[in-house]
Design a protein around this ligand. Structure first.
Ligand code: HXC
Length: 259
């Protein structure tokens, strides 16, 4: 445990894609530090498994709804219901994402659209749906989008995801300005490769890139889910009070050693 116990007591949080990967690490850390957490993602079976493991391993009661962030009405309803169950939303973590490796020359229109829809349009849908609740947050609502440092450079082989994440980053900057008057802070975290996630498995390990990628990280290792979760806590707690429209890169310095 890296933060004072109870640092997030009384806070409520919704994490999209919170059943697996980085999202699940974020849920555990927010919950352990006192927040009441709700999760939303597409796959009901994964949601049930995750909620059981949060209960059994961490003694956390996490509420959940199944919805696709691409479907505006469904995600709005899910967020509304989670807000009712939690008693509000102070923290929204837009973590749900889709991605695959495909050269742009071969990418189908639907493949492009699917990733833009999940990552960028999904983030917009969640932010706008949560807005009425974030506005009512006593200490100022927090939006934290999970991006990637690749969005700062271009992402050859995953141009759809790179463009979507760059769009998310720009959206956070606009929301920081537009919604600052409501006390809402809008920031994004840019993880490097995080061990044990589906993204790293499919995009790096299965491509035979593990050693090459590790060598490109000055700190010499992949990140851990907890590294990202700790950054979310930092931005969610009072430590993040004066931070908005900002990127927090959690990538072992990898973005500065790109070749
Ligand atoms: C080429 C592909 C493809 C692939 C899907 N498509 N996978 N094209 N190569 N490997 C095409 C399909 O053929 C289809 O186009 C279109 O994309 C939609 O595919 P569906 O499977 O019908 O879509 P859907 O079920 O909605 O799935 C969405 C998805 C999928 C994005 C395609 O991969 C997904 O749901 N992923 C969720 C989990 C995930 O990706 N998590 C990792 C995020 S990690 P056509 O034209 O055939 O209809 C991340 C950061 C990683 O973002 C950082 C690592 C360093």
């Amino acid at each position: 445990m890296t933060f004072a116990k109870g640092i997030l007591s009384g806070k409520t949080a919704v994490v999209t894609g919170g059943a697996t990967g980085i999202g699940a690490h974020i849920v555990r850390q927010l919950g352990r530090l006192g927040a009441s957490v709700g999760i939303v993602s597409r796959n009901e079976e994964k949601l049930r498994q995750a909620v059981n493991s949060f209960r059994e391993e961490d003694d956390l009661e996490v509420c959940w709804r199944s919805a696709d962030v691409r479907e505006r009405d469904a995600i709005q309803k899910a967020i509304e219901e989670l807000a009712t169950e939690l008693g509000g939303i102070d923290i929204l973590v837009c973590n749900a994402a889709g991605n695959f490796i495909c050269p742009t020359e071969e990418l189908s229109v639907n493949g492009w659209r699917s990733v833009i829809d999940i990552d960028l349009n999904g983030t917009f849908n969640c932010c706008q749906s949560a807005l009425p609740h974030l506005k009512r947050s006593a200490e100022g609502g927090r939006i934290i989008a999970i991006s990637t440092t690749a969005a700062n450079f271009g992402w050859p082989g995953a141009a759809h995801a790179g463009a979507a994440k760059a769009g998310i980053q720009n959206l956070m900057k606009s929301l920081a300005v537009e919604w600052g008057r409501y006390g809402i802070r809008a920031n994004w975290i840019s993880p490097g490769p995080i061990a044990g996630t589906e993204g790293v498995d499919r995009l790096i390990l299965q491509q035979g890139m593990a050693e090459q990628v590790k060598k490109s990280i000055p700190l010499g290792r992949f990140g851990e889910g907890e590294d990202i979760a700790n950054a979310v806590v930092f931005l969610s707690a009072q430590t993040g009070n004066y931070i908005t429209g900002a990127e927090l890169a959690v990538d072992g310095g990898g973005q500065w050693q790109r070749r």
